[in-house]
Design a protein around this ligand. Structure first.
Ligand code: SAH
Ligand code: SF4
Ligand code: F3S
Length: 475
């Protein structure tokens, strides 16, 4: 029913935009067009927004010229993310001139950060809605239709949209995101998220398990549990006082069916417990992959970042993961050129990357965000060219580590969940192994497979980003 067009891919991890089409249902007489930027949480939110709008009689369109309502679900994480949205708004200005009745809404983190200022700065914007106020969207649309600028940027301590069944937008019908918590209490000094997404709160476990079960019944084979800090998931049932922590939640979802894979993102190194690691080990269908953002390898910089761990502590965590699960992949987020970073801090980061042997990393130059602790307390004093050079060194080291990691897999056999044809050829399947590595292999006449099936694949070649292998056809 939903058809997706990938539009742009901005930065590495953040800033994908997509739009959807929903025009098979002609009872829907109004059309909305949505583009999403930022992290997976934002993509997941767009699916909630689509559900809310659908219930109000809005169908989605992939063609923004056909839309009565254009929505941008925005990200504030780095300055560049905001610039991308501003540029997009300028493009829509022209469209609005030709079609004055059309409404434009800015949702998500930029809406929350800038609030009514956004209406002053971007005159064509009619609606501004923060991440906890999507339920009020229909009301705000009504208001905007009367010509009033409509804003709701209230943050909530309770809202988890637990009861809203997301409309799967960017779906291949096999993998889906499930939001398990919202907000963040960590206050890393560089980060705008605690300001744009508010206090941390967990969603009730029963609604999460039910959503995963429904997905499995619809044929989905993989769920990724989402939160800014999934390891601090904690839900206490108000009736029974029974508490569920992240390890317990993982277990409940893993038990739905052994053929339903479970992934999660993101783990804060300070919160991932042995209990979680042992739960991962105990269930084959909990994927052996942890995104464990380092940010910096220097204890001094980590302290300024308010990350609450030292480099030694982080190393011990990596050791623990590898001790418990030898086959567990680890990826990271790294920031180059945070305030006061010196050459020896940067060397510490490179050294830590080698130590952890990351399979993959998302790497960024530090971008000062107004209102954050770092913006208030420290000077953004690393020159742009130094940031750029350090980032390049980080990226080139990661490229080397990724290739080495893939080379270590040569000769191994993995269970691969097929997601679709490979980008290059319809004669090849593309899927992922438990470690989240992309695996490409030739289709075989001897074994009819389809997306959503599992295949055993022996790896015989690789690039930095892909494992190449051969299907094992057992007799
Ligand atoms: N809770 C998630 C964070 C999401 S933001 C987590 O801890 O992984 C994703 C990444 O963006 C962060 O891990 C960090 O590496 C990067 N980031 C956040 N703020 C930034 C900033 N001001 N400048 C550059 N990168 C930043
Ligand atoms: Fe930002 Fe830190 Fe929270 Fe991640 S854990 S969202 S980096 S404050
Ligand atoms: Fe961006 Fe907000 Fe996610 S700032 S990274 S969209 S939480």
């Amino acid at each position: 029913m939903f058809d997706i067009a990938q539009k742009t891919i901005d930065e590495t991890r953040q800033g994908e935009a997509y739009s959807v089409e929903l025009d098979s249902d002609h009872s829907l007489n109004k059309r909305f067009y949505i583009e999403s930027y930022g992290c997976q949480m934002n993509f997941s939110d767009s699916e909630i927004i689509a559900s809310i709008l659908h219930a109000e009689g809005f169908g989605a369109t992939r063609d923004h010229e056909q839309a009565d309502l254009i929505l941008l679900n925005t990200c504030s994480i780095r300055e560049k993310a905001e610039q991308t949205v501003r540029k997009r708004l300028t493009e829509f200005r022209k469209l609005k001139k030709e079609k004055p009745g059309m409404l434009i809404g800015v949702l998500g983190c930029m809406a929350e950060r800038l609030k009514t200022k956004l209406l002053e700065e971007e005159k064509l914007v009619d609606i501004v809605v923060g991440p906890d106020a999507y339920r009020s969207l229909p009301h705000l649309i009504d208001e905007a239709e009367t010509g009033t600028k409509a804003v709701n940027v209230l943050l909530s301590r309770e809202e988890t949209y637990a009861d809203i069944s997301p409309v799967r937008l960017n779906s291949n019908g096999i993998t889906a995101f499930v939001s398990i918590m919202r907000g963040c209490n960590n206050m890393c000094s560089f980060c705008v998220v605690p300001f744009t997404r508010g206090r941390e709160r967990s969603r009730d476990d029963a609604s999460i398990v039910q959503e995963c079960r429904d997905l499995f019944q619809q044929g989905y084979k993989e769920v990724t549990l989402l939160g800014q800090n999934v390891d601090s998931y904690y839900w206490v049932d108000p009736q029974t006082n029974h508490a569920v922590d992240f390890a317990m939640l993982l277990e409940k979802i893993a038990r739905i069916d052994p053929s339903l894979r479970v992934r999660f993102s993101t783990s804060h190194p300070k919160d991932i417990t042995d209990k979680v690691l042992y739960t991962m080990k105990a269930y084959d269908n909990i994927c052996k992959y942890i995104h464990l953002p380092l940010q910096s390898g220097s204890t001094r910089v980590l302290q300024l970042m308010n990350r609450t761990y030292t480099r030694e502590w982080y190393k011990a965590k990596v050791n623990r993961i590898k001790e418990i699960m030898q086959d567990c992949a680890i990826s990271s987020d790294i920031i180059a050129g945070f305030c006061t970073e010196e050459e020896k801090d940067h060397e510490d980061t490179l050294e830590m990357m080698r130590y952890a042997g990351y399979d993959y990393s998302y790497m960024f130059s530090y971008s000062e965000r107004p209102g954050t602790l770092a913006a208030k307390r420290y000077q953004d004093d690393v020159p742009a060219e130094t940031k750029k050079r350090r980032l390049e060194e980080i990226v080139s080291l990661q490229n080397k580590l990724s290739l080495e990691s893939n080379q270590r897999d040569l000769g191994k056999t993995f269970e691969v969940l097929i997601e679709g044809n490979s980008k290059k050829s319809e004669a090849q399947w593309m899927g992922r192994n438990s470690q989240n590595k992309v695996v490409v292999f030739d289709k075989s006449d001897r074994l009819t497979l389809k997306p959503g099936d599992y295949a055993m694949v022996k790896i015989n070649d690789c690039t930095q980003g892909t494992l190449l292998g051969q299907l094992i056809v057992s007799n």
